[in-house]
Design a protein around this ligand. Structure first.
Ligand code: B12
Ligand code: SF4
Length: 432
């Protein structure tokens, strides 16, 4: 059967090097369908306009269309789903991804709403083995998945920082054993409570075949399983590739030898969710790390010659201005190579979002973009926060502040950009 899969990342702000990383979920789903002899047409919102997407949907020979939905894509998905219903009532419509999984009521018009993983469930839909309605996705054995067919994607991946092209992103594990309240239980609901890994062999042979100079492990928390990381390092070292990954401050402090092993195996830089410079805030987030570990982990990495990308979050419910200043002080002390600041965004399915339901300030998609600095909830002093973020940006340590930089570029013409993007979207519908 022929099917269309859509990555609705049409947002004009979705344009950093990270977004050039392939969407792994949809990549795996497509690859498994192709393996079973189905034909897949991909609409990739990063490189395709809404107008073109509508035209493809109108003219497609597919029998089923599937949308992969992050919260930031809900608006686009709703528009595309209602267009599909009108223009192509013969097409079966499936939605999946984190947002429908944790917030099914937001996308009511579909034939199948898949909660959880989709590699097996989507081909079962195509093969008529899945009844319509809300479907529980079957979790695949990661060892049995084929590496993603990367030819499906038409733009080359870009390094987030520090490493050279050609590069690629890989996802190795699913699930996370931690319980940060701004994130969980959403990820547990999506991937289950057990941490599952692709076999080291499969990851290494995929990387070997890609002919790369560098790669990034996109996993939420690569450092949380030392035995896997050790085996991975042993196997990746001979390939001489440079790489990046995400890690946690406590894992680094608790296992410096592992970090050395990673450095010797080509690790050039690590992204860490330091989040806050205030221990009370970290405790309230159930992050499981401390300010002291944040600082120490940065010193350890720098001492080993590994670059540090620090992820900071401000604008949390109940966070005082003094706590924000303590975060600024922590950043100044740590002097990370890059600071990526974001304003707390309540994502559905997380414990903290449930506490903020009545505090929401905006209903636009922009609300779900973590890098944006406009008010998200009632409570935080956003003017003060903006000033603190500017200071982080201008502090010597944070010269390269990633989000702050993009926010600064985007802030002045914000209204004009919003107006233009709305206008462009209206125009996109004018073709009919
Ligand atoms: C890597 C990553 C990034 C990278 C690369 C993004 C990319 N191109 O994929 C970067 C750093 C750029 C990034 C950016 C953002 N990200 Co991000 N990211 C991730 C991360 C760590 C891994 C994504 C992944 O590949 N997962 C593995 C695959 C296998 O899972 P999956 O995509 O969910 O797909 C499975 C199921 O959901 C389901 N499924 C998915 N689609 C479909 C479709 C159908 C039809 C069916 C049946 C099933 C189905 O089946 C898939 C296979 O099993 C996740 C956390 C996580 N562990 O998933 C966060 C995560 C997806 N990101 C998140 C967010 C918020 C963002 C940003 C919006 C943040 C921002 N900047 O403001 C941006 C948006 C980027 C964009 N592309 O538009 C949130 C989403 C929360 C939400 N409710 O939407 C997550 C869950 C992290 C979190 N807990 O906060 N991200
Ligand atoms: S924020 Fe990271 S470490 Fe915390 S629960 Fe989510 S994925 Fe795990």
């Amino acid at each position: 059967m022929k099917a269309t899969l859509v990555w609705p990342a049409f947002h004009p702000y979705v344009s950093g090097p990270g977004e050039a990383h392939i969407p792994h979920g949809i990549g795996h789903i497509a690859t498994e369908c192709i393996r079973r002899g189905h034909q897949i047409e991909l609409i990739d919102g990063r490189v395709c306009s809404m107008r073109k997407a509508l035209r493809i949907i109108r003219d497609t020979e597919s029998e089923v269309i599937g949308f992969s939905v992050l919260s930031a894509f809900v608006g686009y998905t709703k528009e595309l789903v209602s267009f599909t219903k009108k223009a192509r009532p013969d097409l079966g419509i499936a939605v999946g991804g984190i947002h429908p999984t944790v917030c099914p009521r937001d996308l009511p018009e579909c034939d199948w709403l898949v909660q959880g993983e989709g590699e097996i469930t989507f081909w079962k839909i195509l093969e008529g083995e899945e009844g319509r309605g809300v479907v529980k996705g079957v979790s695949p054995d990661l060892g049995e998945l084929a590496p993603i067919d990367r030819n499906l994607f038409k733009i080359a991946e870009k390094p987030l920082a520090w490493v050279e092209e050609p590069t690629a992103s890989v996802m190795i594990a699913r699930g996370c054993p931690y319980k940060c309240t701004f994130c969980q239980p959403a990820e547990r609901i999506l991937f289950g409570s057990r941490l599952r890994f692709r076999p080291v062999d499969s990851v290494i042979s995929e990387l070997e075949k890609l002919n790369l100079r560098s790669f990034m492990v996109d996993d939420d928390c690569f450092t949380c399983s030392p035995s896997y990381v050790e085996e991975f390092c042993e196997r990746i070292r001979p390939l001489g590739l440079k790489w990046l990954c995400q890690g946690r401050a406590d894992n680094i402090v608790d296992n410096v030898d592992l970090i050395k092993t990673m450095r010797d195996a080509g690790l050039i830089g690590m992204l860490i969710g330091h989040e806050s410079g205030d221990n009370e805030v970290l405790n309230s987030l159930e992050k499981g790390t401390t300010v002291e570990q944040n600082i120490e982990s940065t010193m350890i990495l720098k001492g080993l010659g590994i670059k540090v990308w620090s992820n900071i979050m401000v604008g949390l419910p109940g966070e005082s201005s003094a706590a924000v200043m303590r975060t600024l002080d922590m950043v100044k002390k740590m002097e990370p190579d890059i600071v990526s600041t974001s304003v707390f965004t309540p994502y559905p399915g997380s414990e903290l979002a449930d506490k903020c339901v009545d505090l929401r300030k905006s209903s636009e998609e922009i609300y779900y973009m973590r890098g944006r600095i406009e008010p998200k909830i009632e409570g935080p002093d956003y003017k003060f926060i903006a000033k603190a973020l500017r200071q982080m940006q201008t502090s010597r340590s944070a010269r390269m502040s990633h989000w702050a930089k993009s926010a600064a570029i985007m802030r002045p013409p914000l209204k004009a950009i919003r107006w233009l993007s709305r206008y462009a979207r209206l125009m996109q519908y004018g073709f009919k």
